[in-house]
Design a protein around this ligand. Structure first.
Ligand code: AHG
Ligand code: MN
Ligand code: MN
Length: 334
């Protein structure tokens, strides 16, 4: 049997990809892996622990009811970032404003992290896959000072690394630093993430479409036309139409499409005129991974990664997936 490569070994081996890197990004990625193991442990026994399952009794800035796990995960990541010294500030779905870290130690950190601590909250109580999504940028402000809003509002193209953790039938961590995408599965018996999906590529075409189709009549008509024309017809050479699959945890829907090929659509609607998903900590990180794996991500017209953000919790219409399917869908968007 060949030796397993642990995430830690992999990160260390890849450090030379960044000629001037001093190891801080590597340490930050390792810290994220550690925090996600803590969260994974809680997710795995959520049904047994009253203080893990259920509502927290508070709402976040977006008016969404916070679940206990949203808050647990948020704290786990913030604590490790504060202790690590690589990060000078964060922004997350669960905090109204961005959070500059005020200690002298943290002010020396070169990076900011924007993250969705727990994606797919509505699936927690029903034992369906959930995840964590993160995006890392080099700060714009001077090292040694407090992080600023400008550090947070950078275009997706400026991400230095991004990834997600999927708490699914197994726990997986998938990330990119702009040199391809690699996936690691947590082996609970040794407590290590091990390389299981090297150099992930999204199939150029696929047969899965994912959308909350309850929204089909309150979004742009081009989307309905695309789905009726390509997804719900038996196309020449095929024996049946595409399959509709919608988990309702973006990270899980994305991961399936990354492996099998597919398209994910969450458009703006008459009820959510800017879309539902958040640009900075949901759409950008997954767009970076999609492009690195050969897929595409747009708001229906322009590349997600080119958008210059204006607000921390900015929402955006989101289309992401296999290149061919994306091009076909985009051709219906006027
Ligand atoms: P979160 O749990 O972080 O608030 O994200 C929920 C998001 C995303 O994960 C999911 O794909 C989408 O909301 C589901 O929305 P609908 O229930 O409107 O389909
Ligand atoms: Mn989310
Ligand atoms: Mn969330």
């Amino acid at each position: 049997m060949s030796k397993l490569t642990t995430l830690h070994e992999f990160i260390m081996d890849r450090q030379s990809d960044f000629p001037f890197a001093s190891g801080e990004l590597s340490r930050l990625l390792s810290d994220i892996a550690i925090a996600s193991k803590v969260v994974s442990k809680d997710v795995r026994r959520a049904g047994l622990m009253e203080d893990i399952l259920g509502a927290h009794g508070s709402t976040n800035i977006q008016g969404e009811e916070q679940q206990n796990l949203d808050v647990i995960a948020d704290k786990a990541f913030i604590n490790i970032f504060k202790a690590g010294g690589e990060v000078c500030g964060i922004a997350s779905e669960e905090n109204d404003d961005f959070m500059p870290f005020t200690s002298e130690f943290s002010k020396k950190g070169k990076y900011v992290v924007l993250f969705d601590p727990l994606d797919g909250s509505s699936n927690i109580d029903v034992n369906v896959s959930i995840g964590t999504i993160f995006s890392i940028y080099r700060r714009k402000s001077e090292v040694g000072t407090e992080a600023t809003m400008e550090d947070m509002l950078q275009a997706g193209d400026d991400q230095v690394a991004a990834g997600y953790v999927l708490y699914g039938s197994s726990t997986m961590l998938v990330y990119t630093t702009g040199k391809g995408v690699n996936g690691f599965t947590l082996d609970p018996s040794i407590g290590e993430f091990c390389l299981s999906h090297p150099d992930m590529k999204m199939p150029e075409n696929g047969r899965i479409y994912a959308m909350n189709e309850g929204n089909i009549n309150i979004c742009e008509s081009g989307i309905k036309e695309y789905i009726e024309t390509y997804c719900q017809q038996t196309l020449p050479g095929a024996s049946r139409p595409y399959s509709g699959r919608y988990i309702g945890s973006l990270v899980a829907d994305f991961h399936r499409n990354l492996i099998k090929g597919g398209i994910y659509i969450y458009p703006d609607t008459t009820t959510d005129p800017e879309g539902k998903l958040r640009l900075l900590y949901e759409c950008n990180p997954l767009a970076f991974i999609a492009e690195q794996a050969g897929g595409l991500a747009t708001n229906g017209r322009e590349r997600i990664l080119s958008i210059k953000p204006e607000r921390l919790h900015q929402r955006v219409s989101y289309f992401v997936g296999s290149k061919t399917m994306m091009e076909q869908a985009m051709s219906f968007m006027k």
